[in-house]
Design a protein around this ligand. Structure first.
Ligand SMILES: Cc1cc2nc3c(=O)[nH]c(=O)nc-3n(C[C@H](O)[C@H](O)[C@H](O)COP(=O)(O)OP(=O)(O)OC[C@H]3O[C@@H](n4cnc5c(N)ncnc54)[C@H](O)[C@@H]3O)c2cc1C
Length: 390
């Protein structure tokens, strides 16, 4: 490790690795720092991604694809189920391998990657000028023209940089997930389970991973009045549906679902991925969105350094790139989530129950819209433009 780089990236998740790779590909020097001893592990994720979007960033490789999904299903708490084609062909990843491959691609492009390297603070004067990092227990200072914070959902770097990064509790999901085995599910269907009695303010999922294994998890709204935790709800869900399956791994965590931070840059600093709250404000999926954030921030970092201007004003180009691609959709998804939250469970269940009566072979999204229109016209005002891409 040298004492100075063009860019330092904090965190080797998908967002950080793509940012580091983009910068290295331009010929600038970049250091990618990861606090864990193994990139990609432990996995804290349901691991589902859109195939086409993922392929924009890395050629598909069976070694990190656990399952390919043709369809998804939506079920209510009573078990009525609608099976639909996905909007995008879906993959369930082996993230341990996927994250490592992304970091590897950054290293191949010329980035220097270090593990067991925990950033403890930013070096800040008139602008952010580098990081203090503990590598294998020893403290170092590393200077850079730009620091990119890709330190995930528990990130501290945006706060260190002076950005407002703590969302209100209502804009947080609490998540719990088991990796389960001996599970009897269709290996080509991603299941979503909806009902406030199953997951208040959120939803449950079963994402198959092949070989009779699956990620079974749920997210719920954080509510101080709630007495049960996400893991309590998950235990009930699993006891009911998969009483004979075994648990191989457990994940718990929090996911901000605020829409992105109002400000993602300051002088000499940008944040990306979960650190910038770039996960989808409805589903909380954040892998490919974070990779987009990493790409945009990487591109703007290169431009800023080449023009010798790393001021917040210049780096706002990154916020504009993000907004042009995701701004409108995210604002709409945020509103859809809050409209759905107001819907009583009985109404949601009825919509699913009515849609489950349609002929799955002939059913179109239009038929589902018509059912929603009859039961909850307010919601449709937000949902239709989303599907029409407006
Ligand atoms: C239960 C659960 C299920 C999910 N399911 C899905 C899903 O199915 N599909 C989907 O798209 N998304 C899903 N997500 C969200 C997804 O996991 C995240 O959006 C995604 O990992 C964000 O990528 P990232 O690179 O921003 O952050 P991360 O992947 O969290 O990477 C951040 C990295 O920074 C490192 N780091 C943190 N602090 C420091 C420091 N001080 N110094 C050095 N390194 C540091 C961390 O160790 C970590 O490796 C799920 C999340 C949860 C919790």
């Amino acid at each position: 490790m040298k004492g100075e780089y063009d860019v330092v990236v904090i965190g080797a998740g998908p967002a950080g690795s793509i940012a580091a790779r983009t910068i290295a590909q331009s010929g600038l020097t970049v250091l990618l720092l990861e606090k864990r001893q193994e990139i990609g592990s432990p996995v804290r994720c349901g691991e589902a991604v859109g195939e086409e979007t993922t392929e924009k960033f890395i050629p598909l490789d069976p070694k990190w694809i656990a399952a390919e999904i043709d369809t998804f299903s939506v079920a209510n708490a009573q078990g009525d189920t609608v099976v639909m084609p996905p909007m995008e062909h879906t993959l369930v990843l082996e993230r341990k391998i996927f994250d490592r491959e992304l970091a590897h691609s950054a290293a191949r492009a010329g980035a220097e990657v270090m593990v067991k390297a925990r950033v403890t603070s930013l070096i800040k004067n008139a602008r952010v000028e580098g990081v203090r990092v503990n590598v294998q227990g020893k403290p170092y200072e590393v200077r850079s023209k730009i620091v990119i914070g890709a330190d995930g959902t528990e990130s501290q770097s945006p706060r260190w940089a002076g950005l407002k990064s703590i969302p209100q509790l209502k804009d947080y999901y609490s998540a719990a997930q088991y990796l389960m085995t001996d599970i009897d599910v269709d290996p080509r269907i991603c299941q979503y389970h909806i009902g406030w009695s199953l997951a208040p303010g959120g939803y449950g999922w079963v994402f198959p991973k092949g070989n009779k294994t699956a990620n079974v998890g749920l997210v719920m709204s954080v509510d101080p009045k709630e007495t049960k935790s996400a893991i309590d709800y998950l235990n009930e869900f699993v006891a009911q549906r998969f009483p004979r399956s075994s648990i191989l791994a457990q994940v718990v965590g929090g996911i901000p679902i605020t829409n992105v931070l109002p400000q993602m840059v300051t002088d000499g600093y940008m944040c990306v991925g979960d650190a910038a709250h770039q996960s989808d404000p409805l589903t909380a999926g954040g892998i490919t969105n974070g990779m987009h954030g990493g790409l945009f921030a990487g591109q703007v970092a290169v431009e800023a350094i080449n023009t010798n201007d790393v001021s917040a004003r210049f780096l706002q180009k990154y916020e504009k790139l993000w907004d042009a691609e995701f701004g409108k959709v995210y604002r709409r998804l945020y509103r859809i989530r809050h409209a759905v939250l107001k819907m009583p469970e009985e109404k949601m269940s009825r919509i699913i129950q009515q849609a489950s009566q349609l002929d799955a072979q002939k059913m179109s999204l239009r038929d589902v819209f018509l059912i929603v229109l009859k039961s909850h016209p307010q919601l449709l005002l937000e949902v239709v433009p989303y599907f029409l891409g407006q």
